[in-house]
Design a protein around this ligand. Structure first.
Ligand code: SF4
Length: 470
């Protein structure tokens, strides 16, 4: 993109997708890709029908089923009549409107934020919307991607546009190298710990620096996925050779000369040297340790060798929330997080259910046996991940260690399916939210961590430092 003034990716992508500036000060923004699923689309389709409207751009709209789908058996009809009804509704809506639907019989079903990238639908320079907060995942490709509500899903179906305020941009540079046993999940948990769960409100996060340059696309997805947990609706990494190589040969990526032309365009939308930012942060990658949450939002995190904070140690504004978290979690201020007994271990979710996540968990799993009394689940993010894992023999490794190997879906991330915590169970989880009740029990307790840390906790029956296992 030719311009004399250096610019960042967010503003370049925003400008080329601007239909017009609205009197409200918002932008009418064209949406390049709209991903839909069974939970936030039924009312949107109903709204469309009520107004006698059609899906405006069918070729930019793709559907799958993920939140409600059971992971033990996906035989129809589902045991839960509500889940079955939602599935039928999605099948009907997509068939009636001509929207492409990646259902379980396609071999391409999975969590919406896993299948978009693996199919090559997600590409640099796009604007991407989906009725799910973790749409920020797709920013890993240098797209501007954000979650939207049900009424906005209807608006995008009808017009392919949204009215949005342009966010500010904070560049978060992570320098140096990560130590062994430290993963992308630890990086984003550390970022949210430092900046706070609300620190990114009004911002898009641009992740940059040597640590991100060295990351795979899957690792970048883990980081961008949790941008929203730091308050930033959008998080992105500038596209580079890693991005282009990931996309080459994917079903919906351009082919041949069209691919080469696309690469030129993708390069042009990356942030320019000297581009302006509204804020900048620098973090030393080498100082990041295996990190996990101890509380009830993802900002309440600490390194695995640290202790639960005393309310008196935190700023006065945070004190009541820290006390609430300590009470809910049943911790004592000052006790070490390592050694916390767990009941459940969950490897899965759109944050960490890709093949590289499963490989790392399997590497740990093969060193031992799941501790007595621990229920351990591994849930691949998509049918394609499932197949690849099966080709590599990962299910055998997990089963031999005592883990359950499940069918693809959101599973225990949100527990809109039979995978739920019971009572006060504590779960070591590779998902993205540790809010009260998130995993299906109002009293359940979630410790967010990397898949390798989850696997290590499953074997030990308690929180351990994965560096001592690997
Ligand atoms: S895995 Fe969790 S966060 Fe991701 S789309 Fe499913 S429910 Fe939402």
């Amino acid at each position: 993109m030719a311009s004399d003034t250096p610019q960042n990716l967010l503003n370049k992508v925003w400008d080329v997708h601007t239909v017009r500036e609205l009197p409200s000060g918002q932008t009418q923004l064209f949406i390049g890709l709209h991903l839909i699923h069974e939970v936030t689309s039924p009312q949107a389709f109903a709204g469309l029908r009520e107004k006698g409207l059609e899906v405006r751009f069918k070729d930019r709209t793709f559907a799958t089923v993920d939140h409600i789908i059971p992971t033990e058996s996906q035989a129809r009809p589902f045991a839960d009549p509500m889940a079955e009804a939602m599935m039928v509704e999605l099948e009907r809506n997509t068939a009636e409107t001509g929207v492409r639907y990646f259902g379980p019989d396609t071999g391409q079903q999975g969590i919406v934020h896993v299948i978009g990238p693996e199919l090559g639908l997600t590409q640099p320079g796009m604007t991407i919307a989906c009725g799910d907060s973790h749409t920020s995942t797709h920013g890993a490709f240098g797209a501007v991607a954000f979650g939207i509500g049900t009424s906005q899903v209807r608006d995008v179906l009808a017009t392919q546009c949204l009215a949005l305020a342009r966010p500010k941009v904070r560049r978060i540079e992570v320098t140096g190298d990560l130590a062994a046993g430290v993963y992308a999940k630890d990086v984003i948990l550390e970022i949210i710990r430092l900046l706070g769960a609300k620190g990114g409100i009004g911002y898009a996060y641009e992740y940059a620096g040597a640590v991100f340059d060295a990351m795979t696309l899957e690792e970048r997805m883990t980081v961008c996925n949790m941008s929203i947990e730091g308050g930033a609706r959008v998080g992105y990494v500038n596209p580079d050779e890693t991005t282009f190589e990931y996309l080459r040969g994917r079903p919906y990526a351009p082919e041949g000369e069209a691919f080469d032309r696309a690469v030129s365009w993708w390069k042009s939308i990356a942030s320019d040297p000297g581009a302006p930012y509204d804020d900048r942060i620098e973090i030393a990658g080498g100082e990041i340790a295996p990190t996990l949450t101890w509380g009830i939002n993802p900002g309440q995190a600490l390194a695995v060798d640290q202790r639960i904070p005393h309310p008196s140690e935190v700023p006065e504004d945070d004190r009541a929330f820290v006390e609430e978290a300590i009470t809910h979690m049943g911790f004592r201020a000052g006790e070490p997080i390592a050694g916390t007994k767990i009941d459940v271990a969950f490897v899965g979710s759109c944050t960490n259910s890709r093949i590289s996540d499963l490989r790392e968990a399997a590497r740990v799993a093969q060193t031992g046996q799941v501790a007595a009394g621990v229920r351990a689940l591994v849930v691949p993010g998509s049918q394609q991940v499932q197949k690849q894992a099966e080709d590599e023999g990962l299910p055998e490794i997990f089963r031999a260690a005592g883990f359950q190997w499940r069918e693809p879906g959101c599973s225990m991330c949100l527990a809109m399916n039979p995978d739920k915590l019971l009572g006060r169970e504590i779960c070591a989880s590779s998902s993205n939210r540790n809010f009260k009740g998130r995993q299906g029990s109002p009293d359940g307790r979630t410790l967010l961590m990397s898949p390798a840390m989850v696997a290590a906790a499953a074997l030990a029956g308690e929180v351990v430092d994965v560096r001592e296992v690997l």
